[in-house]
Design a binder for this molecule. Sequence first.
Ligand SMILES: [Zn+2]
Ligand SMILES: [Zn+2]
Length: 581
Amino acid sequence: MDNKLENIRHSCSHLMAAAVKELYPKALPTIGPVIENGFYYDFDFVKTKISDQDLIKIEKKMKELLPKWTSFEKVEMSLAEAKKIYKDNPYKLELIKELSEKKEKITFYESGKFLDLCHGGHSENPSKELKHFKLLSIAGAYWRGNEKNKMLTRIYGTCFENKEELENYLKQLKEAKKRDHRILGPKLNLFIIHKDIGRGLPLLTPKGTVIRNEIIKYERELERENGFEEVWTPHIAKSDLYKRTGHWQHYRDVMYEPFGIDNETYVLKPMNCPHHYMIYSSVQRSYKDLPIRLTEPGTCYRYEKSGELGGLIRVRALTVDDSHILMREDQIDQEFDTCIEMVKKMFKAFGLTDFYVRLSLSDPDDNAKYIADPKVWKEAGNKLEKIVKRNKLKYVTIKGEASFYGPKIDFMVKDAIGREWQMSTLQLDLFMAKKLDLIYISENGSKAYPAILHRGLTGSLERTIGILIEQYEANFPTWLSPVQVSILPISEKVKDYSRKVYEKLFKENIRVEFNSDGEPLGAKIRKAQMEKVPYMIIVGEREEKNNKISVRTRSGKDLGQMDLDKFIQNISQEIDEKKIN
Ligand SMILES: [Zn+2]
Ligand SMILES: [Zn+2]
């Protein structure tokens, strides 16, 4: 996002806070940052509860105040003065105290008659530039994201430079709402989140598991073609291992609390890498054995703040379609090229063909974040950039977002309504082998360290399922559909014939269901459409007499009568080729 837009949105959060204060003088403003596509502001409304209806009121007040907002004036204050202003607001007092402890200046900005604690970054001409805003929703949010603190009321809004951009965005939001996997998932019985299991821990139902397994099945095909070997590893390990890898130092924030077993300390694994390394080092490897490509759909456990959890996109237990390729230096290019091809094939099968990559490098000014020496980082970064260029990938370079063990390329995918999602990741690690003494015997008989490629083929299976639900509004391509064909007999009279049709499809490994309810055909068709089953086979006496079937699609297209064999041939081909309909 450019700076101007960011400033406009930030300024608009001031305007919203001003309107809230006018309407609810007792409300306590806390913080109001800019976020992707907009801004929010958290308030403690003390005893008042506000609802979506009130947003209209607040918007109206904002419009009323705006003409007087001709500029933002900076006001510097002493700690004592600032404390006086916020004597009734414990949240702002906490922020002021922190600023003064860090010896930072305490600055306020005033616009209209509204004064707010702020570090700056505003619109130059608010009364003109803040016109195209919209308040979007209300949510609960703990003060500072901490569940032990009070639950505040968060109001989300957005602001754009012009009317057209705002309208486009609102249209996209509306479209996104229809596709929201958090609603469609439970509605279509693909996954649930159960309060007794816990937040961020989705349960895949039989139907959702079909999708997951289909993805894994295709990944296995690609991996088999490319010389990968599947492994299985447990979900916990001794914490000492993570101290040796550096996870403990660099990744502790997202790891869960350790626990004891038989006087030793264990943790839930946050990544699969160390487990795979131990398999690698369990036998002596020679330069002729490399590359070793170990792979596993490995479930990892990472702490995500409760405010950031959402359906399948951000979870606390995620399954990475994870591979670690341990290779000689002269094999790095080839292995990356292969993985990039695999990622492209995966995206094609998902119908997600618009993507670019983020080349994430280390930040040379922030060495503490990373292990080992800056020279190797530079070398690894250059190598990755060359690979990205040679593969003609569209890319942007981002400094400071590398993993702690190496630079990476993350694939950013655009979905059907233009939103971006982060999916696959390929990471080059020139450090870990040395750190953990993972070796191979080189051609001249000496000890050498392999380079490591960490590969998440789609990144996270849970996330991928979430993205696919939204991409297709759950109208999955046939190869991914939990139920591919629904058989709808018109009456009891054709029960035997329709059973035969069912059995034949079942034998051909087509996911078929049989609707034997006594309902009229129209109701059966509606049910199959609601469940988004790609094909309906309608069987009546006419079909039985001609030894045929009638076929309809979920979009309502009537494909007419055909031979069952012909239908099986068509649908099998569609599934094999992973056609996007
Ligand atoms: Zn500000
Ligand atoms: Zn890894």
